[in-house]
Design a protein around this ligand. Structure first.
Ligand code: R7I
Ligand code: MG
Ligand code: MG
Length: 317
């Protein structure tokens, strides 16, 4: 595909993707997991000023975005340092990721730390949940996107399934920026995964969407999953985004909350896709007004847009 500056979508879509990700994360977090986690997040889920706090999903997306903006591509050493520096227990990081980040902060090389908890690296969804940022940055550079998504995942999530989930979510986000309908979004996304754990779920999701089946939250959870791993959350997010593209993001988050499980992460990835397609202006203002760091996130979206635009223009010269 030839890069083209004119193909870069509007700034509003970039803002929408980042703020949509954070909104899904922050509003999904109190609905995540079992009764104990929900209770804990009632306490941790608000800033002192009463805003909805985001979790590790958004924090790692911000870290990745700032690193890409600073370096013009994936610099794994810088990324590892930023992830480790931002780590706070009360952002709700995954258990393995927390251990890896604490080791990096203590001075261990990320290449060793990321294989210290699980020998082949984690297959948790932590690589995919920040990957919408890769889709934004490399929107008009698909070959670079395919190289960058694995590099950005591997720093903490080196397992091939985590890497594939990250690539799938990055590719889907790039596709969402072009304004597809739900079926087109899933069709475009299908080019970014090959393993049956993803492709079988994606085939099912595409069938549900095409036939308009009234899938309940319970069926969604039992058939596609709402889990903490890449294979049990990425396609679920894609399906939800595709199904709710022409409805409100509140309806999407409400549906995911009824399904339960890893609600913050599924809503973060689906929220990013929804926002990339529909733009910041389509997000409900009253919810954005109560989101931690919304103005900063919008600004980072603007910076990503400017960088993506400049890179595409440079490629044309
Ligand atoms: O993937 P990760 O960063 O977790 C992200 C999740 C999101 O829901 C966030 O919102 C936050 O709540 O946490 O954290 P990891 O600990 O690397 O992976 C998540 C989980 O996947 C682990 O705690 C394990 O349960 C499982 N897992 C594995 N289990 C067995 N063998 C990941 N990799 C393996 C493995 O190799
Ligand atoms: Mg989280
Ligand atoms: Mg989560």
């Amino acid at each position: 595909m030839t890069p083209s500056a004119s193909r870069i979508p509007t700034q509003d879509r970039y803002r929408g993707a980042l703020v949509g990700l954070a909104l899904g994360d922050a509003l999904g977090a109190p609905r995540e997991g079992g009764p104990l986690e929900r209770l804990l997040w009632r306490w941790l889920g608000f800033t002192p000023g009463g805003l909805h706090r985001f979790t590790d999903d958004t924090q790692m997306s911000v870290d990745l975005a700032l690193s890409l903006i600073r370096h013009g591509g994936v610099d794994q050493d810088d990324l590892a340092a930023r992830f480790a520096d931002s780590y706070r227990w009360d952002r709700g990081y995954g258990p393995g990721a927390a251990k890896v980040l604490k080791q990096i902060r203590a001075g261990r090389a990320w290449q060793d730390a990321c294989l210290s908890v699980y020998p082949a690296g984690s297959f948790g969804n932590g690589g995919a949940m920040r990957s919408p940022v890769i889709g934004l940055f490399f929107h008009s550079r698909p070959d670079e996107l395919l190289r960058a998504a694995p590099l950005a995942s591997q720093v903490t999530h080196a397992h091939p399934l985590a890497v594939e989930g990250a690539t799938l979510v990055a590719g889907a986000t790039a596709a969402a920026l072009d304004g597809p309908d739900g079926s087109q979004l899933l069709e475009q996304a299908s080019r970014f995964c090959a393993s049956p754990a993803f492709s079988t779920r994606l085939d099912k999701a595409r069938h549900w969407l095409q036939t308009g089946q009234p899938i309940s939250p319970q069926v969604l959870r039992s058939e596609l999953d709402m889990g903490i791993t890449a294979t049990t959350s990425c396609v679920t997010s894609l399906y939800l985004a595709a199904r709710f593209l022409d409805r409100s993001i509140d309806a999407l988050i409400g549906f995911a909350s009824d399904a339960g499980g890893d609600v913050d992460t599924v809503c973060a990835m689906a929220g990013a896709l929804w926002g990339a397609r529909n733009g910041f202006a389509a997000l409900p203002g009253h919810l954005v007004a109560r989101l931690e760091g919304a103005a900063r996130l919008a600004d980072i979206g603007d910076q990503l847009h400017a960088k993506a635009h400049a890179a595409a223009a440079a490629a044309l010269r």
